[in-house]
Design a protein around this ligand. Structure first.
Ligand code: FE2
Length: 221
């Protein structure tokens, strides 16, 4: 699956005909923008080790859903990211729309969840000097989010080759902090010691844009 690289005008047009029509609202951030959140998290990844053995997250309707698997934040996280949901101008690459919802284990939507995303560019490089491909946003009242970006490249780090992935921190007003990573199907994931299958996105292509779908499940107090 190798969609053509898109001009920004064509990309916006394509999204208007696909994801937005599919109920992924463009007003997703309206409520969250009123919140002044510090993203300098104090939460460590204490639960990483015990969560690595979790079973795949069941779909809503199957009963109590498993919490989304936690993963290490890695060495490239930067706090205080800008609030935005469109990173398409941050660098060239294959257009990608990441959409989904944040839910409780009993499938209630978690609005006003902050989602802080960061990922490598199409050359496998992180922007450590600035905030290219780094941003946060808030879910809408239905727990929905949408991030327009590019598909990141994998990269080598500490003598290991990492497949393409997107890092994320998620925290609802009623939940603890989830730190994890999302992966793509049909990549060299099995050779990655960190990869976990429940963290693969559902990937399709619509009008030349990759559409990655993933729902987060956050336990709440
Ligand atoms: Fe990474």
């Amino acid at each position: 699956m190798t969609p053509p690289r898109l001009s920004r005008r064509r990309l916006v047009s394509a999204l208007g005909a696909t994801a937005l029509a599919g109920g992924v609202g463009g007003a997703a951030l309206a409520q969250g923008r009123r919140r002044n959140a510090s993203l300098d998290y104090a939460f460590p990844d204490e639960a990483l080790a015990r969560d690595l053995g979790l079973a795949p997250t069941p779909a809503c309707g199957d009963g109590e859903a498993e919490a989304t698997v936690r993963q290490t934040e890695g060495p490239f996280y930067k706090p205080e990211t800008p609030e935005r949901d469109d990173l398409a101008a941050d660098g060239e690459g294959v257009a990608l729309l990441l959409v989904g919802r944040v839910l409780t284990p009993d499938c209630r939507p978690l609005g006003r969840t902050v989602l802080d995303f960061w990922h490598a560019d199409s050359q496998g490089r992180y922007d450590d000097a600035g905030y290219r491909f780094r941003a946060h946003q808030f879910t809408d009242a239905g727990g929905g989010f949408r991030l327009l970006t590019i598909k990141p490249s994998g990269y080598g780090y500490a003598s290991a080759a990492r497949p393409p992935h997107i890092h994320v921190k998620a925290q609802a007003p009623q939940s603890g902090l989830l730190t994890t990573q999302l992966y793509f199907p049909d990549e060299n994931n099995r050779g990655d010691r960190i990869y976990r299958e429940p963290l693969e996105v559902d990937l399709t292509e619509e009008n030349g844009v990759l559409i990655a779908r993933f729902d987060f499940v956050l336990p709440v107090a």
